[in-house]
Structures are given as structure tokens and as C-alpha cells.
Design a protein around this ligand. Structure first.
Ligand code: FES
Length: 137
């Protein structure tokens, strides 16, 4: 990144290292149900379990680029750790816009949700549970 870039460098400090297609053991997932995993093929992904099904999606929230792998799974959705936008991990759709006193302002929150879903959904990656681990398929 250029030294004068206005975009801060993304630093990943709690990342699980994938072993080829093997991303992480289900038993190693934190209570929040999601973790950041560094892969060779796709960079760092948010990987976890939602409603008993494994998922792997883009790690950066489409609102202000929080790390979704540091968020939590709630009501079957991946919830951003910063302003609690929620994503459907099956297709990358933002199902709830940002929340809170400022970013939860309904017209703003809905605009972020609409823009994200029109142009900027999370990328999803096919995974399965094999021998107790979430693996890319
Ligand atoms: S950065 Fe994710 S909702 Fe704001």
C-alpha cells in the first residue's frame, strides 16, 4: 500500500492458518462461532458454523471494513463486531444494515444495505465438514 494511502492497512492479529483446504476444526471455533482463517488461495476469510452448517465468507464488512471473523454468529447470521450489520452466510447478502445511534439511522442503514446487496455482497466459498474440520470443497 502506498504510504500516503487514505485507507489504513488491514492487520490480522488473531488468525488461524489453514492447512491447504483444511480451514479449522469445528471444535476449535470460539463461542462466537466464527474465526479468521488465512488461506493460500483466498487470503483471510471469516469461517464458522451457522445453524449447524459450515461457512466461509469474505472477512471484511462492507460498511467500514471491520473484520467479520472477529464478529459473532447470531440468529443464524454473521454479525459485524463494530456496528452489528448482519449477513446471510449462504449468499453474502447483508440482511440488516449497521445499527447504533449514528449508523443505525434508518435511511443511512438501509442505504448501506441496499448498496451492499446491489454491488458488494460478501463473497462466499463452498465448504463442508470433513472429519471434524471445515474444509474448502
Ligand atoms: S463496520 Fe460492520 S457494520 Fe459497520
Amino acid at each position: 500500500m502506498a504510504p500516503d494511502s487514505p485507507i489504513p492497512e488491514v492487520v490480522h492479529d488473531r488468525v488461524v492458518q489453514a492447512q491447504g483446504p483444511r480451514l479449522v476444526a469445528v471444535a476449535e471455533l470460539p463461542a462466537d462461532g466464527v474465526v479468521e482463517v488465512r488461506t493460500e488461495a483466498h487470503g483471510v476469510l471469516a469461517v464458522g458454523m451457522a445453524e449447524g452448517r459450515p461457512f466461509a465468507v469474505s472477512n471484511l464488512c462492507r460498511h467500514q471494513f471491520a473484520k467479520l471473523g472477529q464478529g459473532q454468529v447470531r440468529d443464524g447470521c454473521l454479525e459485524c463486531p463494530w456496528h452489528r450489520a448482519r449477513y446471510d452466510v449462504t449468499d453474502g447478502t447483508m440482511v440488516r444494515g449497521p445499527q447504533g445511534r449514528l449508523f443505525g439511522f434508518k435511511p443511512y442503514s438501509r442505504a448501506i444495505q441496499g448498496y451492499t446487496n446491489a454491488a458488494f455482497k460478501l463473497k462466499t466459498f463452498p465448504v463442508a465438514v470433513v472429519e471434524g474440520a471445515i474444509v474448502l470443497t
